[in-house]
Design a protein around this ligand. Structure first.
Ligand SMILES: [Zn+2]
Length: 261
């Protein structure tokens, strides 16, 4: 336990370890290495020679919620979230890029969305709660449908070749010229992107913000892309081949520039 402000109720208290995603959704014994973004940028070919991070065990998580909020999430949303995860695993294939069309029976979309938003609260710092209190209000009030329009949540299926926990960043978007304000989590079988003040669409991703209005148990028909997450950059879903090609071209450009000098 560490001391700090709970990302859900805001209270300054001892914070318990919150698994992201929940421990019971196959995040119990995860052994993972966390590599700083800067280390990747320094490495010439991160696919062939991945930078070695510090190895951690016992599941991915953060000290972000007080004990009370932690158990609130566990009892209110985690059971619904588990069902959603189970459905995703049944669909996931050993492929890099694929559109899946399927239906999941008897899921509770609003609870699933609240769990997902709580995961974004967990991975981001205390400033997040202060800047965007609407997010924690949506999660803390189990009957609330109110998630203002400026917040959008997107999802995709993924094996998460590399798990992705990207804090909130502002990204330039070359296609539209408008920057995207986002945070991203990828852990099998799903990836999620939370955007703030950005558009309604992101290529290949499902906008699941409407889940906020679906507060009942229902069957849902879904079209969802399975995407790859090789590199630690938000919104980068290139296949291994595309990443390798990009790296090779990058190296050649550097060599050419060296020759010129
Ligand atoms: Zn709390």
């Amino acid at each position: 336990m560490t001391s700090g402000n709970c990302r859900l109720c805001g209270q300054k208290t001892m914070l318990s370890f919150e698994h992201v995603p929940p421990r019971t959704t196959f995040n119990r014994n995860t052994k993972y290495s966390s590599v700083a973004f800067e280390e990747y940028v320094k490495t010439e070919n991160p696919l062939k020679n991945p930078p070695k991070g510090k190895i951690k065990q016992g599941g991915v998580g953060y000290n972000s919620f007080c004990k009370q909020c932690n158990s609130f999430l566990g009892s209110e949303y985690v059971p619904a979230y588990k069902r959603w995860v189970k459905g995703g695993f049944e669909i996931l294939q050993n492929k890099e890029f694929e559109l899946h069309t399927y239906s999941i029976k008897e899921i509770e979309p609003q609870k699933i969305l609240k769990q997902i938003v709580s995961m974004f609260l967990a991975i981001n710092g205390e400033w997040y709660l202060k800047s965007y209190p609407e997010l924690s209000e949506f999660v803390a009030n189990k009957d609330s449908k109110i998630l203002p329009d400026r917040f959008k949540v997107f999802s995709y299926l993924t094996r998460a070749e590399n798990i992705r926990y990207m804090h909130h960043v502002v990204l330039g978007n070359f296609a539209t010229g408008n920057p995207i304000n986002c945070s991203e989590i990828a852990y099998p079988p799903y990836g999620y992107v939370l955007t703030i003040d950005s558009g309604n669409k992101i290529q290949y991703l499902n906008n699941i913000t409407e889940f906020k209005n679906l507060n009942k148990r229902m069957d849902l028909n879904i079209n969802m892309f399975q995407l790859s997450t090789y590199m630690p950059f938000p919104l980068d879903y290139r296949t291994k081949e595309q990443v390798e090609k990009g790296i090779e071209e990058g190296i050649q450009t550097i060599r050419k520039n060296e020759k010129k000098q």
